[in-house]
Write a protein that binds this ligand. Structure first.
Ligand code: G3P
Ligand code: CA
Length: 373
């Protein structure tokens, strides 16, 4: 499997070099309609990834959120994955679920309240690893950002927590891709609930473990991606935080940081085990201390030279998440000029992006594509 992987990457590198030399973008279709991409090379049409589904409109990581993202034209839907007590992968951004479920309203689970250290942080709440899947299924999701997205709260208490398999089934029904992220892999290893084995088993059981599957697997950690590279052929994406360091490296005593990973040498190292990077978007267009945009960095070009796709996160329409340049008015919760932000990033050559409002991303992509034609 490992030698096969290396030859696959050499093929991709040669393909990228040829594409750059003749100025052409050619590709293998892995998404619906317009999505064209060669894993490991620049994409002809950037992918729209429904970040946690479509959380601008529905509580995140629910089948309702994912389905809406698909109907809005997202090419991929993104489940973050954590484990239950009985080893089932479910879609949640954190294993601590008090912010996104009604667990606190369930008296039968009051004694599960706990304080734990996860990735070096002390957290008090309810944790997925203390619940069986059957128990978790009695909970309902709620809006994470009720003050920012009050309309979404009408759905509070309505949607259950989906399993990874249920997300796969939904994506298969609509023939879109999945972009799973394992959350806190070092932590889950430490409590005997490793995420990667069930991830691989589930992908295999669904025939989604090959290089041609509509799948990207992503992580902020590095060790798990290196291990996955040896056992599955799906494209892997190294997430890169805006600050800090991969927690697996911190736990191992390494002083390597995300800053080191985005150097040209760091990108070449990533290309040995992954097919793309998922950087905080501020690493592509930084902001000054007041929140105004600065000149773009060379990260997109450098990653492409290394043979890596670039899928930055996270694009959100509300003013509070936008650079000052694109805010409209002073209300932090009203929409700003997110289309201008998309235009900026599409113009810089990103190969995809994570969007909270996938419909606007699809609209902006159409504008960018029409202008380029
Ligand atoms: O995985 C890309 C993006 O989702 C990373 O940020 O914190 O939303 O998982 P987060
Ligand atoms: Ca994620």
């Amino acid at each position: 499997m490992f030698s096969k992987r290396l030859s696959y990457r050499r093929l991709l590198a040669a393909t990228l070099a040829a594409a750059l030399a003749v100025g052409l973008m050619i590709g293998l279709s892995i998404g619906p309609a317009s999505a064209q991409v060669i894993p490991g090379a620049a994409a002809a049409t950037p992918l729209v990834i429904g970040h946690r589904g479509a959380p601008g409109y529905r509580p995140e990581h629910t089948l309702a959120s994912y389905e809406l993202a698909i109907r809005m034209g997202a090419d991929f839907i993104e489940p973050d994955l954590v484990s239950t007590k009985d080893g089932v992968l479910v879609a949640r951004h954190e294993n601590e679920i008090s912010t996104t479920t009604n667990v606190a309203d369930h008296p039968e689970f009051a004694d599960r309240l706990a304080t734990k250290t996860v990735d070096g942080l002390s957290l008090t709440g309810w944790f997925t690893e203390d619940f069986t899947l059957a128990e978790l299924k009695t909970l309902r999701a709620k809006e994470r950002l009720p003050d920012v997205r009050p309309n979404n709260t009408i759905y509070d208490g309505r949607f259950p927590i989906p399993t990874f398999q249920e997300v796969i089934d939904l994506a298969a029904r609509y023939r879109v891709g999945i972009y799973p992220e394992t959350k806190h892999p070092t932590y889950f290893d430490s409590i005997g609930l490793s995420l990667e084995e069930p991830l691989v088993a589930t992908l295999r059981a669904n025939g989604l473990d090959g290089a041609d599957a509509k799948v990207f697997v992503q992580s902020f950690e590095t060790t798990n991606l290196r291990q996955l590279n040896r056992v599955i052929d799906v494209p892997l994406v190294q997430l890169i935080g805006g600050t800090g360091a991969p927690y697996d490296l911190v736990a191992a005593g390494s002083d390597l940081t995300y800053d080191d990973l985005v150097t040209q040498a760091g990108l070449r190292q990533i290309a040995r085990y992954a097919d793309g990077i998922g950087p905080d978007k501020n690493r592509i267009v930084p902001r000054d201390a007041a929140g105004f945009l600065l000149e773009p960095t060379a990260l997109v070009d450098n990653a492409h030279v290394a043979g890596l796709l670039v899928h930055p996160y996270t694009f959100r329409a509300e003013n509070m998440f936008l650079p000052m340049d694109f805010r409209i008015g002073t209300d932090p919760n009203r929409y700003g000029d997110i289309a201008a932000e998309y235009e900026l990033f599409f113009g810089l050559g990103v190969d995809g992006l994570f969007a909270d409002q996938p419909d606007i991303a699809v609209y902006a992509r159409r504008l960018a594509t029409d202008e380029a034609a």
